[in-house]
Design a binder for this molecule. Sequence first.
Ligand code: IPM
Ligand code: MG
Length: 360
Amino acid sequence: MSLKIAVLPGDGIGPEIVGEALKVLGVLNRSFDLDANWQEGTIGGAGYDADGDPYPEATRRLAHGSDAVLLGAVGGPQWEMLDKQLRPEAGLLGIREDLGLFANYRPTKVHSQLLDASTLKPEVIDGVDILVVRELVSGIYFGQPRGIETVDGERRGFNTMAYTESEVRRIGRTAFEAARLRSGRVCSVEKANVLDVSELWRSVIIDLHASEFSDVELSHMYVDNAAMQLIRNPRQFDVIVTGNLFGDILSDEASMLTGSIGMLPSASIGEKFAMYEPIHGSAPDIAGQDKANPLATILSVAMMLRFSLDRADLADKVEQAVENTLDADIRTVDLAFGGASSVSCSAMGDAVCAALEELA
Ligand code: IPM
Ligand code: MG
């Protein structure tokens, strides 16, 4: 039976990078034995422009009827003046919440070919292989109450960082299970020295570990220290489990270990649905110029093949094709350091497709 993918290119560079990922899926259909079809929908600013809604009902139905969702990126300056609930970001948070995508896997793997592309010393980052497991549908992103009010003649803005025990338990379980398939170490990151919500987080993680995952090595770290340790000695980490806001920040930081945020894929998984997207944004400054790095989106397709489509064999092929392309010194501009020559987004996509064909 044909696998059905909902494709949501979104805004900015979204359509360009997703276009390259679809070329890769096309090769898998033609030259391997994948049987996937896809249908496009709008999200973010594109959803607002087409339907007045950053997460249109038609997109919701498309996502609910698909085996997986592939998303590009959302956002851009032209939508910044809209009411918050109409902005592109509301569409992204809306689809995450609607599909119940509580677990966001953000693997940060340093590719040896790109050691020089990082701003950090090669000897610090060589061999880095970290999985950030970010809670994605709760915490301060969604906590109530929130808003901007006027008190004593001045405005006051507020949000609420809240987690229930069951929310911590399910993301903790995700992280421990992931660690069992890796080096077996979990570092739980919070701010338990200051925040009540973090104190609860830590105690739930400790209990869960003791009752179900005592074979996994567990450590705890305050988020400020974790931010420092990530650049001081990143190899100490295997799996990092953390809340929505801390995970957003630390995963961008971790991406710089790899040289470019344009390299990092992600998978957002819930009980019933899953969505795959690069961790980077819509890069309005280079949109439409065929300059973006499509590898994060192509590697997101590999995660989709592995987690949703039950095709780990093809995921391996896509990842190998990316490695072979990097081995051939093909770089988009974000990866081309010290005056090295670079190729366009579409040329990078073509190069990965050619490398993939060679593995058929
Ligand atoms: C991410 C992004 C989003 C987030 C934005 C675009 C709402 O930064 O996926 O990391 O904050 O989650
Ligand atoms: Mg982010």
